[in-house]
Design a protein around this ligand. Structure first.
Ligand SMILES: [Zn+2]
Length: 470
């Protein structure tokens, strides 16, 4: 058997692992590289995947995030005609996320073209979109739904189970049992793991007791998250101070996951009378779709969240949530001068309607911005976190007079303690462990933590593109 680490080795994006056995070849995830010009080059390099994609028998997808799914349309464009297995909720999210990813790429290419023409430059060298909206839509027909816990037999001698990973709606860690080549082997792919005891989703399901091969994510392999009560105090402080100053509170949030988690947290604080009644606007078409999909899959939510949804429906005046659909209604929000809580995307303030709300509210000292998620270097969100006094939005200089709050405890990823706790579920060390999906420092620190705290050996940090025979 051979494993090839095609992405998310020494970095957090581009998850894609090729598994080859004597009898079958398959991919686990097929993600896009994200974040800056370097990622663009890697996506371009990955254009042909370096192998004949028609020889792949099937694809297993851990979850819908673009850094795990975003190159699937590229795979099908190159001639892959087989099934792509994912949970029903992942499929519902992919129906929104993949066409959106294509749309963003098409818009970006158009913008580059206009920009070059305006400057009288030639049009060579503009990276073409990796795929079109039509190609993304065509890929959806190859998705096949698999429920948690149900055994899937995608090929002779291969048995797969998807288990709840508690990371985003529909996310899974995978148990792959290979029966060929004389001796059975079990592979565990962690995908991305969530935190336990956090709102909205169920806790990650405990791992099986033994494995021959483990791939474990390490996004926060070197960090501990702030606790939920501390995070709640920070949110309450931001809302109360903004109310007292008669301003608006703007919350940039990822459309999938963070928006729903913020809605839960705010409603829960109102229910517990830690906050007085609130009016919240969710202004992002993607967040509206993701929230609808979440409500369509209430069986996947934890019992506290289902109970809170019932409370919210019984007390609509306590927390009014308005999902803003069209652009005109979004623009009308600019007229609201105080008392509004506006959740909008994108999460790092780089695109989408959030930019309009920031342009309108950042210059006003009575307003606040609540940063709830990771902000990559070079993004507008990061500049705000770093204390910039002047930013540029739509080529316009915008002074920052609003107060910027950063809350640390909301994360869709398990921290070091939670990852180790999950690994404690193994009764003995897996034969080989590969630490993936982390910046080099985080992955190396997590490898050390595994060795020191669990006493495991045979823990490896794979290099990008490395193949390992097992
Ligand atoms: Zn993810």
């Amino acid at each position: 058997m051979r494993l090839t680490f095609l992405g998310a080795a020494g970095e957090v994006t581009g998850s894609c692992t090729l598994v080859e056995t004597g009898d079958s070849r398959f991919l686990v995830d097929c993600g896009m590289f994200q974040g800056g010009p370097e990622a663009r080059q890697k996506n371009q390099r990955a254009l042909d995947f370096g192998f004949d994609v028609r020889q792949i028998d099937f694809v297993l997808l851990t979850h819908a995030h673009i850094d795990h799914s975003g190159l699937l349309p590229r795979l099908t464009m190159l001639g892959y005609k087989g099934p792509i297995y994912a949970t029903p909720a992942s499929i519902a999210l992919l129906e929104v996320l993949l066409p959106d990813s294509a749309h963003i790429q098409e818009k970006e290419a158009e913008w580059q073209l206009r920009h070059r023409r305006r400057r009288g430059k030639n049009e060579r060298g503009i990276p073409a979109p990796l795929y079109s909206v039509a190609q993304a839509l065509a890929t959806l027909s190859q998705l096949r739904s698999v429920r948690y816990g149900v055994e899937l037999v995608p090929a002779d001698g291969v048995r797969v189970r998807f288990h709840d990973a508690g990371h985003i709606l529909g996310s899974a860690w995978l148990e792959v049992n290979l029966g060929g080549e004389g001796r059975p082997r079990r592979l565990i792919f962690s995908g991305d793991l969530g935190m336990s005891d956090r709102p909205v989703l169920c806790d990650p399901e405990k791992v099986v007791p033994t494995a021959d091969v483990l791939l474990i994510e390490s996004t926060y392999g070197n960090r501990l998250h702030r606790s939920l009560p501390e995070t709640e105090e920070e949110i309450i402080g931001a809302i109360e101070r903004t109310r007292a100053a008669s301003g608006n509170l703007i919350i940039p949030a990822f459309a999938v996951g963070r928006t729903q988690e913020m809605l839960y947290t705010l409603a829960d604080l109102v229910r517990r009378k830690r906050l007085s009644p609130l009016k919240v606007y969710v202004d992002s078409p993607m967040a509206n779709s993701a929230t609808r999909i979440t409500l369509d899959h209430q069986e996947l939510l934890d019992p506290e969240t289902r109970e809170l949804i019932a409370w919210q429906q019984a007390h609509p005046a306590q927390m009014k949530v308005e999902f803003v659909a069209d652009v005109e209604a979004s623009k009308a929000l600019n007229e609201v001068r105080h008392g509004a809580v506006i959740i909008s995307a994108s999460g790092m303030c780089e695109a989408g309607r959030i930019k309009y709300h920031l342009r309108e509210n950042l210059p006003r000292s009575e307003c606040s911005v609540l940063i709830t998620g990771f902000q990559a270097a070079g993004t507008l969100g990061r500049r705000l976190v770093d204390g910039a006094r002047l930013v540029h939005i739509f080529s316009q200089a915008v002074p920052v007079r609003a107060r910027i709050y950063t809350v640390g405890g909301l994360s869709a990823h398990a921290d070091q303690a939670a990852l180790l706790n999950w690994l404690h579920g193994f009764h003995k060390a897996p034969g080989r462990t590969f630490v993936v999906h982390g910046e080099p420092g985080a992955s190396a620190a997590f490898k050390r933590a595994i060795e020191e705290q669990l006493g495991w050996s045979a823990v490896h940090l794979p290099l990008p593109g490395e193949s390992v025979s097992l």
